[in-house]
Ligand binder design. Sequence first.
Ligand SMILES: [Mn+2]
Length: 320
Amino acid sequence: MVQSVRVAALIGAPTDVGAADRGASMGPEALRVAGLQEALAGRGLEVLDRGNLNGPGNPWRPAVDGYRHLHEVVHWNRQVHDAVYAQLQASRLPILLGGDHCLGIGSISAAARHCREKNRTLRVLWLDAHTDFNTRELSPSGNLHGMSVACLCGFGPRELVELSGQVPAIEPRAVRQIGIRSVDPAEKRFVHEQGLNVFDMRYIDEMGMRRAMRGALSGMDERTHLHVSFDVDFLDPVIAPGVGTTVPGGPTYREAQLCMEMIADTGQLCSLDIMELNPAFDMHNRTAMLAVDLVESLFGKSTLMRPVDADGGIGAARGE
Ligand SMILES: [Mn+2]
């Protein structure tokens, strides 16, 4: 299948107002330094770098009424929503360079608005160590980067929940979460109650990444808009130390590559977030370079040409 969108637009959102640690604000530049634009161009995409969005600094205050920095988080998410939506309207593939994962609210709200207008079905793949399904009642910290998916599903502060122009922006059944291994106790019950589709590490351990991805990508058709929200802490910290909230026991290099390659095989990736990269915790920008390497696979880089069988499985690689 040929991808319908071949022009990608990079949108930097240099902020960490939703995070537990400072430093994700340096993520966009680290991804550029690691050669993201060149890598995408190497995959045959035309790449426009729209530069960075602007917004308030990080006031580093405690939670008020259960939320930390709500005003700042709303400001940044409005910027992100408008920028991502504008690129989708222009038939480009927006790539949001985070920034912490609270910005997934703005990005996915824009995708949801776009899909509604174009009569397309949104499928969100949330690659993350965390479910990000907290509310202010459930969250131990009040950090909004742990509440993104709940906000998108209609649970959260009005200004964030309403961003897409409809509440909820998405239904839980539009989401597939992969790589999950850290969920707060009360959040766990809420995930279950709302019926979120989660392929956690136990599932990946027992069934393999291939089965998880087959499940996560099942039921799509030609009208599906696939949005990938890639939190870099999805990856095992042994290979990806450059994030604020490392959780041991994540996907290995090979598992992550397979995940990205299987998404690429669908040919339906229409929007992407690369989130939570934190250069303050990284070593020689290696996590940024790994993220770029994985994004290449996400856009179809593979070792050899592979025939895809009718079942969606692959045959042995052929070198001709
Ligand atoms: Mn996250």
